[in-house]
Write a protein that binds this ligand. Structure first.
Ligand code: SF4
Ligand code: SF4
Ligand code: SF4
Ligand code: FES
Length: 323
């Protein structure tokens, strides 16, 4: 049996889907709810292709090739269908890819990471970042108008983090041991798609105020899964600057839930692809139906999930935290 992909005849292998056949011939099709070798069901439509024979746009990750099919993977129409799917997913997505404070620092300091070290008592690492960004660290921010503090998300909750004071305090520290590893500013991904947290609800503000009580009060806004987030990667490829639809999700923003071991879960970044549900027996599960459907991890199911699920998740909703 033969069919074509972009006018090239393709021999069908047993059990293969259109997406897998395309990959075999070197044609990359994006996918979010599909992961090689994992149980999945199509839901995201990011892998859309067109069957020119009947004019249908179909999910390539679950559709098996049929004799005579003529599949197009790269037409304007197909790319538009994928972009619309991405925009719909992003309309439900309330999170910051990068920390706003780090994005706006004119000196390029990775503010959020520096504060992360500060909160963890890793002052040598924090100071290494400060020293790497400023030639005169102790007076570095004295003349700066502090766009970091204006952009600070904590300002939505109560009062912005005193970033300049922390930088000054860290810069003035002396007698610290050398950092145990090389500390460099992170690649902040300014050219990549930036998901941005919208307004916080009263309930969210209250929760964050009551639960984030570290020395700095920093919310650590940067997404822990941003380096390998496929949603962000595809949004960048599709030149999406910001979601077309305003955030409609009722999921709690910045709610970090410990799952097991080093595994953490953030519901507001979940696109409900189901990979963690289908690949954890009695672990993650769907709650409710339709537009309000959520992925949840009931307390009694925690012992059924494992850290490997982080690698399956196409977004930063499931991630590992290394101390
Ligand atoms: S809460 Fe922390 S990470 Fe977020 S913007 Fe403020 S200083 Fe940066
Ligand atoms: S899950 Fe992806 S798109 Fe969402 S905030 Fe994280 S990096 Fe950005
Ligand atoms: S947590 Fe990740 S893997 Fe699970 S449904 Fe959400 S996006 Fe998919
Ligand atoms: S990857 Fe095919 S529908 Fe999501």
């Amino acid at each position: 049996m033969q069919f074509t992909i972009n006018n090239t005849p393709v021999e069908v292998l047993d059990g293969e889907t259109i997406l897998e056949a395309a990959q075999r011939m070197g044609c990359e099709i994006p996918s979010l709810c599909y992961a090689k070798g994992a149980k999945h069901k199509s839901s995201c439509m990011v892998c859309a292709v067109k069957n020119e024979v009947n004019g249908q746009i179909i999910p390539s990750c679950t559709t098996r090739p049929e004799e005579g099919m003529k599949i197009t993977t790269d037409s304007e129409e197909v790319l538009l269908a994928r972009t619309l799917s991405l925009e719909l997913l992003l309309s439900d997505h309330r999170a910051d890819c990068e920390a706003p404070c780090s994005m706006v620092c004119p000196a390029g300091l990775d503010v959020e990471r520096m504060i992360g070290y500060y909160d963890a008592g890793q002052y040598a690492q924090a100071r290494a970042l400060v020293v790497g960004a400023f030639s005169l660290p102790v007076v570095a921010c004295d003349t700066c108008k502090a766009p970091c503090e204006k952009a600070c998300r904590r300002g939505m909750v109560d009062k912005a983090v005193s970033i300049r004071a922390i930088i000054k305090e860290v810069a003035a520290m002396s007698g610290l041991p050398a950092p145990d590893q090389e500390v460099r500013q992170s690649e902040r991904g300014k050219k990549l798609f930036q998901s941005q947290l919208g307004r916080l609800t009263e309930k969210e503000r209250k929760r964050l105020q009551e639960t984030v009580i570290s020395a700095s009060r920093c919310l650590h806004c940067a997404c822990a899964g941003r380096v390998d987030c496929k949603l962000r990667l595809y949004a960048t490829d599709a030149s999406i600057k910001r979601p077309r639809y305003s955030a409609s999700s009722a999921l709690p923003a910045m709610c970090k839930v410990h799952a097991t071991g080093r595994l953490w879960f953030e519901q507001a970044k979940c696109i409900r692809c189901g990979l963690c549900v289908y690949n954890s027996e009695n672990g993650f599960t769907f709650k409710d139906r339709g537009f309000g459907m959520q992925v949840v991890l009931p307390e009694e199911n925690r012992s059924h999930v494992c850290e490997e699920l982080a690698a399956l998740c196409p977004t930063g909703a499931l991630y590992l935290v290394y101390s």
